[in-house]
Unconditional design. Structure first.
Length: 174
């Protein structure tokens, strides 16, 4: 099945990683590709757990945090190259049939913000074998693409403490 966790609310990655852990606990072979997460220096806390469990993961993307701790917006050609590297990694996993569940975290956001062409994701979905559970996360309003999914969950923000100036907290947002 193809899952899509989307919307402007918190919880897309959390839901995907939760499903990944559930599948792993049932004996399935699982993995995740993190799109646009800031290169191999991305050290969010879910990686600590994935490392401890020996779960396969890959990280694509350039650093988004500047030395002054401000966030870099915009899309560079290198961002696009990194996103395509993530698609190539997913293709290789699909071709080798080595996983039962594959999460492509923020792949939909990568398309929404111009790092990936919609066609790249559509073709990946089309190549996905029936025995692979594929989970796509990120912000996406493309109804045609979401129609390709078997399950679409939309996280809707009704209220968020970020709007009051609360900064991201370890273990909760990263």
């Amino acid at each position: 099945m193809i899952h899509a966790y989307t919307g402007d609310g918190k919880g897309k990655t959390t839901a995907a990683v939760g499903l990944l852990i559930r599948a792993f606990g049932s004996g399935q072979r699982v993995g995740v590709i993190f799109f646009d997460k800031g290169s191999e220096n991305y050290r969010h806390n879910e990686l600590v757990v994935l490392d401890r469990l020996g779960i396969e993961y890959h990280i694509t993307g350039l650093e988004r945090m500047r030395p002054d701790e401000s966030f870099r917006f915009g899309v560079l050609e290198e961002d696009k190259t990194e996103a395509l590297r993530g698609i190539e990694l997913a293709d290789e996993i699909i071709l080798t049939s080595r996983l039962d569940l594959l999460v492509l975290d923020e792949v939909l956001t990568s398309m929404t913000y111009g790092l990936l062409e919609k066609k790249a994701i559509e073709e990946l979905i089309d190549r996905c074998p029936e025995n692979l559970e594929l989970v796509l996360t990120g912000r996406c309003t493309d109804k045609e693409l979401l129609e390709k999914a078997d399950l679409v969950t939309k996280m809707v923000k009704h209220k968020h403490y970020f709007d009051r100036g609360v900064k991201a907290r370890p273990g909760i947002e990263f």
